[in-house]
Design a protein around this ligand. Structure first.
Ligand SMILES: *Cc1c(COP(=O)(O)O)cnc(C)c1O
Length: 733
């Protein structure tokens, strides 16, 4: 039996379940789970930055022994453990009741990033959080999904800004001992090592497990003795290095990933590729089937009909294209096993509109029967992008579907808002009923005062958090620079209208758009009676000089004395800071260059919490905006579109946002503003939740694909003439 290495030898027997609970991220979206650790030790919870594994390692034996004898603690412990154990049972839940057998119809979900918790820095942005939220929702619905990705020992990037505003890139070394992650061991208790099949010279993988409620996530890691020093670095960092390093990562993610699942004894019926990075998994599945005696064409069709592929961006850099020569270097030993020659392989990955190399998206589109975009608008753009693959069809017939992204509601809603206010006004079962729009209509029943008071609490908590971070910088000799401290938000005012702009600093997201006309912005910000402040956060990719310069411009504005401290740049945007921001700012600003934002999800996290969005009409906002729940502008065309778009934002701020926010009645409540807040919540819950999204993936793709897989199984036994299928498989090539 394979297993995971257990820790916490000091945990008394009576409360030994805390060990299992700490290693299951279930606590991260169940307030009662977090509460249990807080009752155990508030200080420990705080000092571990909300990470129970670290906390259990650090707590004194005495605290644990006392807890095991404390009737108050034990009562909580027993109640939470009972709920926890009950919710681990896979033989219950929506999938089991409506779709299929959760023990048989397993979906393998491959992704280069997973954003789950700040202690697991295996994400750069939205793609990762989408994957993380999806795993959690699959756990909630009992969708039998197993995740596969990388444990990047150096994480992504711990952001440090120098006094002159330059992003200095330090790595974020993962604290493996203290993160909620466990090494998978073999039957003798030794770390499991899996060899990547066929690829020569050999590469080996270690495996880690993250338990996400009922869902298992396995993460691969090449930093082991068995590998050459060069190969140890393959999984070193997320999105680092040159094309060759990326190709090596993607071979491991796809081909190694399937081998890891096999070594773990996990069979699966459906393969879901989250973005093109893991698409080589298709080849490994084909190779397996050919090993059972099938022809390439048969195997290809079988795999294709059970593969789902989600594409996430129209930005060209988001689609990997590998030079053919580089492909040859790594696939020379693999191809004979597929009985393919290079030409056939390369055809599968050729983008007819640009034949310069092996395009992972083109390959994934050909190798999947079900493929989708992440919003309605993204579908339109993607159909244009890939029209040349289906030249005989009209653009709006190109067979690429869409499932609009959603966010995991229990992960992103503020605990008090959910547990106290919504429980009271929407009913205790609101979370179970979250995709029912009628439940959310009850938001109107919440008194404005309660909504407003709660939001102000969130805002004060955000600003305290930011000031606390600034204070720690001031205490640290290395960062005790007045410029850094001033720019990081010490002068923020909890009564001023607060805009939030936080996301990856990628150029299409235009982080400096609001800074286009500094004089006009100063007038808006420094208005004596109706001040406005802006909180910026986000990381530039370490290799992206242009975006680092953009970040520097934002930082310089933040330390520009003439803004009076009303512009702040908060360092090191991560999951935890995102939580504070999406709960606590008054307006979430998003101004990408259309049509580059495939979906965008941070705005959904904000609107879920009653923070209306001001955004370009792009991505999800085209579906979300209804004129009552926030603000929108079209996005100009032509050369000076940035200037025009900036003007559009200033106008909305001056004429709509600022007046509505400061229009307060004699009870001190901005009624018109609270309407925006309520409409934002009413729209998000039913339409932009991960629940709606996961059900849609299941109904549109997984259940169809399961039917196909059953049909295929029967066909396999009928020994169908392969030529019959061949025509079908290559029809679209
Ligand atoms: C949600 C989230 C993102 C993605 O936000 P976008 O709006 O898609 O840019 C990025 N980073 C963090 C930390 C997040 O929580």
């Amino acid at each position: 039996m394979l297993g995971v290495r257990h820790k916490f030898p000091n945990l008394p027997e009576r409360i030994s379940g805390l060990g299992e609970l700490a290693y299951n991220l279930w606590w991260s979206w169940h307030p009662e789970g977090r509460e249990l650790f807080k009752i155990l030790s508030r200080t420990g919870w705080h000092l571990s930055v909300h990470n129970p594994v670290m906390m259990l390692h650090q707590l004194d034996q005495e605290v644990l022994s006392n807890a095991a004898k404390d009737p108050h603690f034990l009562r909580h412990y027993d109640a939470v453990m009972a709920r926890f154990e009950k919710s681990m049972d896979l033989s219950s839940g929506w999938f089991c009741a409506n779709v299929g057998d959760p023990h048989q119809d397993v979906i393998a979900y491959f992704s280069a990033e997973f954003g789950l918790h700040h202690a697991l820095p295996f994400y750069a942005g939205g793609l990762g959080f989408l994957a993380g939220d999806f795993l959690k929702e699959c756990s909630d619905l009992g969708i039998p999904l197993v995740g596969l990705g990388f444990m990047y020992p150096q994480g992504y990037l711990r952001q440090k800004i120098t006094p002159n505003g330059w992003q200095a890139g330090a790595c974020e070394i993962v604290d493996r001992e203290n993160a909620p992650i466990r090494r998978v061991v073999d039957k003798d208790g030794n770390p499991l090592v899996v060899r990547v099949p066929i690829i020569d010279p050999p590469i080996f993988l270690a495996v880690w497990k993250v338990q996400v409620g009922r869902t298992e996530l396995y993460l691969m890691d090449t930093a082991i003795e068995a590998n050459t020093p060069e190969n140890r670095l393959i999984s070193d960092r997320l999105y680092a290095g040159n094309p060759e390093q990326r190709l090596r990562q993607e071979i491991l993610l796809g081909i190694g990933g399937v081998a890891v699942l096999r070594a773990l004894g996990k069979s699966f019926s459906i393969l879901h590729l989250n973005e093109g990075h893991p698409a080589f998994a298709v080849l490994e599945r084909i190779r397996e089937l050919m090993g059972e005696g099938q022809s390439f064409e048969d195997a290809f069709e079988m795999v294709r009909s059970t593969t789902v592929f989600t594409t996430h961006t129209p930005v060209p850099a988001g689609h990997d294209v590998f030079p053919f020569e580089l492909m040859k270097k790594y696939f020379s030993s693999y191809l004979p096993a597929l009985r393919l020659d290079y030409q056939r392989l390369f055809e599968l990955g050729t983008n007819p509109a640009s034949t310069s190399g092996f395009n992972m998206t083109a390959f994934a589109l050909r190798a999947s029967a079900y493929h989708n975009c992440v919003s309605k608008r993204h579908q339109e753009v993607t159909r244009e992008m890939w029209h040349s693959m289906w030249p005989d069809l009209k653009v709006d017939e190109v067979p690429i579907d869409y499932v609009t992204n959603g966010v995991h509601v229990p992960s992103w809603i503020d605990r008090r808002l959910g547990d106290v206010i919504l429980n009271r006004y929407l009913g205790r079962d609101w979370l179970d009923e979250q995709d029912n729009p009628r439940i959310w209509e009850l938001i109107d029943e919440i008194p404005d005062e309660i909504v407003w008071e709660h939001h102000n609490l969130m805002k004060r908590m955000l600003i305290s958090k930011i000031r606390e971070r600034a204070r720690l910088k001031w205490l640290d000799k290395e960062t005790a620079d007045p410029n850094i401290v001033m720019a990081s938000g010490v002068l923020l005012d909890p009564t001023a209208l607060t805009l939030g702009f936080a996301r990856r600093f990628a150029s299409y997201k235009r982080p400096t758009l609001m800074l286009q006309d500094m004089e006009r912005l100063k007038r808006i910000v420094n208005n004596m009676w109706r001040p406005v402040q802006i909180i910026f956060a986000g990381k530039a990719h370490p290799d992206d000089q242009f975006s680092k310069e953009t970040l520097q411009r934002v930082f310089n504005a933040a330390k520009d004395q003439s803004f009076g401290g009303r512009i702040a740049f908060v360092e090191d945007y991560d999951e935890q800071l995102a939580q504070y921001l999406v709960h606590g700012v008054d307006v979430w600003v998003n101004n990408p260059l259309p049509p580059m934002e495939a979906s965008g999800t941070s705005g959904m996290k904000a609107t879920l919490n009653g923070v209306p969005q001001l955004s370009t009409l792009d991505g999800w906002w085209i579906e979300g905006y209804n004129g009552k729940n926030g603000w929108a502008f079209q996005g100009a065309e032509g050369e000076n579109r940035d200037q025009l778009d900036a003007q559009a934002i200033y106008e909305i701020l001056e004429n709509e946002v600022v007046p509505a926010f400061y229009e307060v009645d004699k009870e001190g409540v901005p009624r018109r503003w609270v309407r925006f807040m309520k409409e934002a919540m009413k729209m998000t819950g039913p339409h932009f939740s991960a629940r709606r999204m996961a059900k849609e993936y299941t109904e549109k793709f997984y259940s169809q694909s399961l039917l196909a897989s059953i049909k295929m199984e029967t066909k396999k036994y009928r020994k169908l003439d392969t030529r019959e299928i061949k025509g079908d498989v290559f029809r679209h090539f």
